[in-house]
Design a protein around this ligand. Sequence first.
Ligand code: MEV
Length: 319
Amino acid sequence: MVLSVDMDETGVSAASAPGKVILLGEHAVVFGRPAIALAIDLRLRCSIRRSEELTLNGQPMDERAGPYISTVLREHCRGIPVAVNIASELPSGSGLGSSAAVTVAALGAISASRGNIDPEEVARRAFDVESVVQGRASPIDTSIASHGGGIFISSQREENLLWEISRDTRQWFIHDCAVPEMTLVIGFTGNKAPTGPLVAKVRRYADRSGFAREIIDEIGQLTLDGLGRMRTGDIEGLGRLMSKDHNLLTILGVSTPALQKLVDAAMPYSYGAKLTGAGGGGSMIALTDRPEKVAEAIKGRGGMPFIVRTGVEGVRTEE
Ligand code: MEV
């Protein structure tokens, strides 16, 4: 996949991709355990046009400021200078998939410059980019940003397979997963947390502790249980599993006092609440039928609430 060399200086190619929440299974998924992710209605839009020099939002491109976009351009634009513009509703470093969304939207814009966007192709290329920039990762964030809706990822092939992705000895099967009617409220702590160091931290713990490996297995089991509850629409049961997952992630060392504060604030009005994504800061989610109450409670404890719609469209062409 490369930028169309026919694209002229006036032609603009644009695409957008959604952010995501991980409902169950983050971190354990890096070790091949199952996980469930949902696309959310906070999007990131990326446009690309030929230019005299390489710029990002009107400024000379700085690899350190935009490592994901720089890597996409290096690997897919064959040195053609382009002006890139990014507009995002997703706070960066919030655990809501902004890095995957920028990577997927940029690859989407490049694909669109040649015709259609193929979400599978974009998901594969985006995972390559994420692995280069972030180090060890699973394809969950890049696959949900490409496919949208809901995905269930596992080391075994099941029904509704979308695609399969392998890296070293690990193999993930990515499946489409129906999203039941449910309301989620996100609480962003305001603390940015890059994913790579948190994944490395959990890996170090798992490498030296059988107990940590048991916790990872337990998260995998609980995620399978959660998938069943999503299928039967057992929202209360799903909420209980989310809270249990949060406790297990806390034992793995990726929660923070700020995340715990927001989870505690949401719980009186929720079926369940947990950190979402890598942790170490970032965001939590609450499953509730009282979203305004939860949003107010999160705000009251210094968090930034978002009442979101889930299961939205994946990567798409924009005008
Ligand atoms: C981050 O959104 C999810 C993690 O499981 C990392 C990954 O899967 O690459 C923490």
